[in-house]
Design a protein around this ligand. Structure first.
Ligand code: GLA
Length: 387
């Protein structure tokens, strides 16, 4: 049982008399395949034990009453009369309800208390956990009968339209489809996926948080998307079957290099190579070859830093500190970038040394301590029994 469940259930009891539906909605890691999802490429994420817990119940009137346990704030709005909030967190929730209504689903008013332990804005997808968790909860609460994929798409649209980040589908997809002890290779074009076991008892996934949050992340994210689209337009002049960078090869790119803006070229080159790495990484998982996986993670970081240019001094410092620790198989920045966290694959025995040395080296380089979390791969969004 997620340790947050009794906490959120108790908080709900403090506000509302009825018995709530309880839902656990995880954050995610991504082993490899960064900035590939919106290029219709491949990703290799897993859901984590870090999660947001929701306690939700229907109301007879048309009010949506949200209580954030972590911020100790409340927000109320009438169904359909949504408005962006300076508090920010209500937008992720309102966006979801808005999408249900826009799609014609019969959602009524409700009470909602939520909170959790996913580091916020750190690249572990706390936003998709909020969107996916509420979408899942409302689907159950109002008996809408939507399938998993419909919930994923609705949650993604909430982020695209209400929050205004043109995110891809990875985060919402893994939030709903994650499974314990396995990662999922998702084809972000067809949405077909394959699960790969990740159950080596001698290895740990370690998340190191720079504790730097950059506002730049969402504006630069949209710039990267536009640069990828610009690259596709160049290639389409020669081969109209290229619909996205998913269809590009290194040969095709190389052949037309002179026609590209040099920055756009580097962006596209990174994406094509990263897609190839996801294929190589899943093959390595099948062979149980984690040394190869670690090497691919290192290459991914180099591409994100030098060619896609979404890393930061802090992220690079964490990655370098991690790689100096014996027993680290690979490390890279994770998520959209500019701040947030890194993911390292670490031998279980080496974790205490990792925690001590990475904290010390990062502090020496950056002047503040990072936050380090060892995470487990757990199930996607699901309902749990009360306590
Ligand atoms: C964010 C987005 C995802 C994905 C990653 C980068 O997490 O929400 O869709 O694009 O960045 O891989």
């Amino acid at each position: 049982m997620n340790a947050q469940v009794p906490v959120i259930a108790a908080k709900f009891r403090g506000h509302f008399p009825e018995k709530p539906l309880l839902v656990v909605s995880p954050g995610r890691i991504n082993l490899i395949g960064e900035h590939t999802d919106y290029n219709e490429g491949f990703v290799l994420p897993g859901a984590t034990d870090k999660a947001v817990v929701f306690a939700v119940s229907p109301r007879p009137d048309g009010l949506c009453h949200f209580v954030s346990h972590d911020f100790n704030q409340e927000f109320r709005c009438e169904l359909g009369a949504f408005h962006r909030s300076p508090l920010r967190w209500p937008d992720y929730l309102q966006g979801v309800v808005d999408q249900f209504l826009k799609a014609g689903h019969r959602v009524g008013g409700f009470n909602c208390v939520f909170g959790g332990d996913i580091p916020i804005g750190a690249g572990m997808s706390s936003s998709a956990a909020i969107e996916g968790g509420l979408a899942f909860a409302l689907n159950v609460l109002f008996g809408l009968g939507l399938d998993s994929l419909a919930l994923v798409k609705l949650a993604q649209k909430a982020e695209n339209e209400f929050v205004g980040v043109r995110c891809g589908i990875m985060d919402q997809f893994i939030n709903i489809h994650g499974r314990e002890k396995s990662v999922l290779k998702l084809d972000c074009r067809s949405l077909e996926f394959e699960r790969f076991p990740f159950e080596r008892e001698d290895l740990r996934i370690v998340i190191s948080d720079t504790l730097v949050r950059r506002e730049l992340a969402s504006s630069e994210y949209n710039v990267r998307r536009a640069q990828c689209e610009a690259g596709v337009s160049v290639l389409r002049m020669h081969d109209p079957s290229v619909r996205s960078l998913r269809d590009a090869t290194l040969d095709l790119l190389g052949e037309h290099r002179a026609e590209f803006d040099p920055v756009v070229y580097r962006r596209c080159d990174y994406v094509v190579r990263e897609n190839i790495r996801v294929g190589d990484a899943s093959a390595a998982l099948v062979r149980n070859d984690f040394a190869v996986l670690g090497g691919l993670m290192n290459l991914s970081h180099a591409g994100l830093r030098d060619d896609y240019e979404v890393s930061s001094v802090e992220l690079d410092a964490l990655v370098e500190a991690a790689r100096r620790v014996p027993g680290v198989l690979g490390a890279r920045m994770m998520g959209a970038g500019f701040g947030g966290c890194t993911i390292s694959l670490v031998e279980a025995d080496a974790v205490p040394e990792f925690e001590a040395r990475v904290a010390r080296d990062y502090e020496a380089a950056i002047g503040r301590a990072p936050k380090i979390h060892v995470v487990r791969i757990e199930a996607g969004t699901h309902a749990v029994e009360g306590v």
